[in-house]
Design a protein around this ligand. Structure first.
Ligand code: SAH
Length: 245
């Protein structure tokens, strides 16, 4: 009896942003193993008879990554169809890559179901296109997380690239990030937006300048957008066109 694991991206929160393949996987699961950032509306779609295990890593607590990997392997070896649900896309800061490597190593049959990443969906919720002809020719998605006091990202070099910067997990380090980007040459008035709990009932959007980011009233989970596109709101433009019609 051999089970399998599906590493499924659940999108940013709104269940309407699940892929059809993700929904099918959830509906045919024996057990769903999910993170903290999976939207409540998504978990509502898990059939009542399906076992749910919350391994959410919240700051300061949660299940260690090695234990999650062991759990996935064990459940699959019990012959279960395991659906590992992660926020956004499993391979964008979701540690899905690590889990895939462990599953492959253990000889467990697995598939990856990509999801809509918050690095694109959260800006979109605010009407911000991460690239825009004539405004931004690219986007760099980075983590604001610091490991052992060291930033993983060379912010000063990034400031010189000139593309849109999208920061995930950056709320607690936003003062340092802003200072480093300014030291790297970004001007104080560089537009910034922070979209918190995008596509959920708790969504909030803050807009301002780089020199105000340190004091921006933003809590995790939030996606921070830095660069000219952060001043845009194409949905406002659409509303304007509609009301004028
Ligand atoms: N794999 C996920 C990212 C995991 S890292 C993805 O592709 O979206 C977790 C970070 O994602 C959070 O700290 C936050 O920066 C961002 N995030 C996740 N859900 C979010 C949401 N609904 N709104 C805004 N940002 C979100």
């Amino acid at each position: 009896m051999t089970g399998s694991v599906a590493l499924v991206g659940a999108g940013p929160g709104d269940p309407d942003l699940l892929t059809i393949r993700a929904l099918r996987a959830i509906e045919s699961a024996d057990v769903v193993v999910h993170d903290a950032l999976v939207g409540a509306g998504v978990l509502d779609l898990v059939p009542a008879h399906v076992e749910q295990i919350d391994v959410g890593k919240r700051p300061g607590r949660g299940v260690p990554q090695e234990l999650i990997c062991t759990l996935l392997v064990e459940l699959a070896r019990q012959g279960k169809r395991v659906v590992r649900v992660k926020g956004g896309d499993p391979f964008v800061f979701g540690r899905g890559g690590e889990e895939a490597l462990v599953l492959a190593d253990a000889g467990v049959d697995f598939e990856v179901v990509p999801g809509i990443t918050s690095s694109v969906a959260a800006p979109a919720a605010a009407g911000i296109p991460v690239t825009h002809r004539g405004v931004s020719a690219g986007v760099t998605v980075v983590t604001g997380h610091r490991r052992a006091g060291e930033h993983d990202v060379d912010w000063r070099s990034l400031a010189r690239v000139g593309t849109t910067i999208v920061v995930l997990m950056g709320v607690s380090q936003r003062a340092t990030i802003a200072a480093e980007l300014r030291a790297g040459g970004l001007t104080d008035d560089t537009p910034v937006a922070a979209i918190q709990s995008a596509t959920t009932d708790n969504e909030t959007i803050w807009r301002g300048r780089l020199d105000a980011l340190a004091d921006a009233p933003v809590d995790s989970p939030a996606t921070i957008v830095i660069g000219a596109v952060a001043a845009m709101d194409v949905t406002a433009a659409r509303a304007f066109v509609t009301s004028g019609a």
